[in-house]
Design a binder for this molecule. Structure first.
Ligand code: IPE
Ligand code: IPE
Ligand code: MG
Length: 251
């Protein structure tokens, strides 16, 4: 434990004393949040950034060691160009504004997804933030930008094509590398999607094989720390069986 009462993050293979959770979040509903107020969609995205700030701030206090956030999907390129450009601008500002605070708070930022299609300024902001925060040990924050889980799995499969037999563990390691510079990440424990939709939209399909899914009706900008706590309470109430039978039955 550090002086703030947070369990230190262990990126090695060994289990840390209190196992920290990997929580994945699909922060959906920015556009509807803005529309409900008669505001343009970019205002919803700006409000969404504030909700991300709250989420990152509270995560280390709630037993979360890895937080994967779906920021921009490979399919989001299909949105109007102005919205895409606006989103990237917001992201650059977000990274520039928060990088130093992330470093101070021990948040290590890693971006997964393709980089080659992103604008130069965004690529530069990503690299600078990753470099600055590389020593962070309290929270690993994985931002999925231009991300497609199907593409990542396909890339990993192509890399493995010459191996006749591989274990799931080895494939997961290659999948981490195929995620463009991200190291291997633990499987997702809890996946939260806001905005009322009940689908994964191509996010962390392999890693969420046994994730507990929590769908919230709240639109992302309205998502508060109390909502995250409620999702974690729900997670802790659930029995994870991983294909086995309940412990009481097994005796
Ligand atoms: C999620 O909010 C944020 C991104 C995809 C970048 P949306 O923009 O999808 O909001 P809705 O679903 O249209 O309300
Ligand atoms: C998923 O939301 C992507 C992100 C939140 C970044 P979308 O709003 O793009 O997903 P669909 O289109 O409703 O499946
Ligand atoms: Mg949406």
């Amino acid at each position: 434990m550090d002086p703030n009462g947070n369990v230190q993050l262990n990126f090695g293979d060994g289990e840390s004393p209190t196992r920290l959770l990997h929580v994945a979040v699909i922060p959906d509903g920015n556009g509807r949040w803005a529309a409900a107020r008669g505001l343009p969609r970019p205002v919803g995205h700006q409000a969404g950034v504030e909700a991300v700030h709250r989420l990152v701030e509270s995560a280390p206090h709630l037993g979360i060691g890895t937080l994967s956030l779906y920021v921009f999907s490979a399919d989001n390129w299909e949105r109007p160009r102005a919205e895409v450009v606006g989103l990237f601008g917001l992201l650059v500002r977000f990274l520039e504004d928060e990088a130093e605070e992330f470093r101070e708070r021990g948040v290590r930022v890693q971006v997964i997804g393709r980089r080659d299609r992103l604008p130069k300024e965004l690529r530069a902001a990503i690299s600078a933030t990753e470099r600055l925060t590389a020593g962070g040990r309290r929270l690993r924050l994985r931002l999925a930008i231009d991300y497609s889980s199907q593409d990542a799995i396909l890339r990993a499969a192509c890399r493995m094509i010459s191996s006749l037999e591989i274990s799931r563990r080895e494939f997961a390691r290659v999948l981490g590398v195929a995620n463009y510079n991200d190291g291997p990440a633990p499987d997702v424990d809890l996946l939260i999607r806001t905005g009322g939709e009940q689908r994964l939209s191509d996010f962390l399909l392999w890693e969420s094989a046994y994730a507990e899914l929590v769908f919230s009706q709240k639109l992302w900008p309205d998502f508060q720390t109390a909502d995250l706590e409620a999702a974690l309470d729900e997670f802790h109430r659930r029995e994870r069986r991983f294909g086995r039978i309940p412990e009481v039955v097994a005796g």
